[in-house]
Write a protein of this length. Structure first.
Length: 153
């Protein structure tokens, strides 16, 4: 699907119907910088689900945690970042293979509940990703759903 670029706040998704807000989380349980701050300011559930979920695999790369935050809005915490900084060889923490796996699951859920998918430029801030690579994964993985990417004004 083609990405629709929007100027605005990804925590206030546009359009009608069900919506899934997706973002990338790390695999070490750290929450407190980047887009998650905006999420936590608006809703408590995504952070609580990320931090306190009673599941030994909750922070496994490729996993997705879903949290309903409003009647028509769900947040998907996608575990697609290893650690919180570059590794010893200077590689950024984003894991593109994990992101693809996460987005495949989001695509399945979005189709089941007939939802559009909303996001900031995931993986391109603290995770150090390249938007040309991320956007290609987004377009190839999210099929038959409307995709909105927000650039904060």
């Amino acid at each position: 699907m083609k990405i629709n670029y929007v100027k605005g706040d990804a925590t206030k998704p546009v359009g009608e119907g069900n919506k899934i807000i997706v973002h990338i989380c790390n695999d070490i349980g750290a929450w407190g910088a980047g887009f998650v701050l905006a999420l936590s300011k608006r809703w408590k559930g995504p952070e609580q689900g990320y931090r306190y979920r009673n599941d030994p695999n909750k922070h496994k790369l490729g996993n997705v945690q879903y949290c309903a935050v409003e009647n028509d809005i769900m947040v998907a915490n996608m575990i697609a970042q290893h650690n919180i900084g570059p590794d010893s060889e200077g590689n950024p923490p984003i894991r593109y293979d994990a992101l693809k796996k996460c987005l495949q699951d989001v695509n399945r859920v979005a189709q089941e509940i007939q939802a559009s998918v909303h996001m900031p430029r995931i993986g391109c801030g603290l995770a150090g990703g390249d938007w040309s690579k991320v956007s290609k994964i987004v377009e190839e993985t999210l099929e038959h759903v409307n995709i909105y990417v927000y650039d904060f004004e």
